[in-house]
Design a protein around this ligand. Sequence first.
Ligand SMILES: *Cc1c(COP(=O)(O)O)cnc(C)c1O
Length: 462
Amino acid sequence: MSIKAPEIPYKIYLSEEELPYSWYNMRADMKVKPAPLLNPATGAPMSAEELGGVFCAELVEQELDNDTAYIPIPREIRDFYKMYRPSPLVRAYCLEQKLDTPAHIYYKFEGNNTSGSHKLNSAIAQAYYAKKQGLRGVTTETGAGQWGTALSMACAYLGLDCKVFMVKVSYEQKPFRREVMRTYGADVTPSPSPTTAVGRKILEEFPGTTGSLGCAISEAVEVAVSNPGYRYVLGSVLNQVLLHQSVIGLEAKTALDKYGVKPDVIIGCAGGGSNLGGLIAPFMGEKLRGEADYRIIAVEPASCPSFTRGRFAYDFCDTGKICPLAKMYTLGSGFIPSPNHAGGLRFHGMSSTLSQLYHDGLMEARAVEQTSVFEAAELFARVEGILPAPESSHAIRVAIDEALRCRETGEAKDILFGLTGTGYFDLTAYQKFNDGAMSDYIPTDEDLARGFAGLPQVPGQD
Ligand SMILES: *Cc1c(COP(=O)(O)O)cnc(C)c1O
């Protein structure tokens, strides 16, 4: 294989000094701000005081701050980042050659830490603020397990107690993830569980359920609010999480700027929207301020299509309906993807910030089927070497599709995508794919109607 001598290196590394000193808050530049969280009992916006019962105080401030563009990264968090950041920005020369495309493909790789994904960027921030507030510990949910692992690592580092509710199907399919969390000292419970009131209620209503993120969130919140010295933390969806993840986009932009590269298309997978919100942050900032234009594409599973087939409405973030209401593209809090869905990104809703940007036409969304996602993952693994997480592979799929389109049109577009993590713990899904036993399920309109029927009535909302 002969590869022509590149002017841009395979990996663009940044120095520690180039690691951002502040996170960037896209909301500051949005003309239409994301809708506020509402109290489900009163329909009024959640006050800082109300949110403070569930979340750490400083994180509540970040959650509600729609105006401050740059929020300094505390030194302790920045020091922790130095253990695994700045993360490499890779020019996918081998993939370009394989696809025989004139496009230039870049990916920001967030999988080079033990948790295996970008989630550590927010986990360390959230754990830090909990510790600073003098709390004993935090509770959370985890789906595929990446968030739980990241939070366990952050809590171990800071000496905080960590209670994780893990969606039952993942708990059973990913015993090794569970052991990593336990190694870092976390207490891991399969959800729904009989250890909480909401878990018992869900088990009674849906015996044999394999669980969902929505159920696990309800359980984690219940434990946080009923134990003194504990708060709940969430690994995606919330404004504060997108804020912390902006470190991804800020680094990517610094690296590309060094070589004068301005991406034409920016692609990221979207579960709750945190990696995508982080990757696009500084680029979207320029777009919002009218300084530059970028095409931005969110990629979601066809089996959990919040953006492409969901409603833009206030909804519960959890199945137990104990969390505040968020205005977002949603499939309804009762929606559970079909059991054959193996690729993650299974949350029923989407970040309020990204939902507003999508609603305002500032970004696009595409839904892809899981067999085509795993085909892209396999191709990528074979030419670029990295075994990608199934979630990340949604972005790979669309990056490849865009590069193939360039082959037809002859355009040398610059494509940037987020490679959010590695797939070592997703080998049950890879096995299915390798055995030819993976199938696609696209929910019918009737399936979706059942989810929409559970949307709450909120005065002033259609
Ligand atoms: C959690 C996760 C995602 C999806 O979450 P977002 O909040 O949408 O970013 C994507 N990729 C990996 C590897 C993950 O662990």
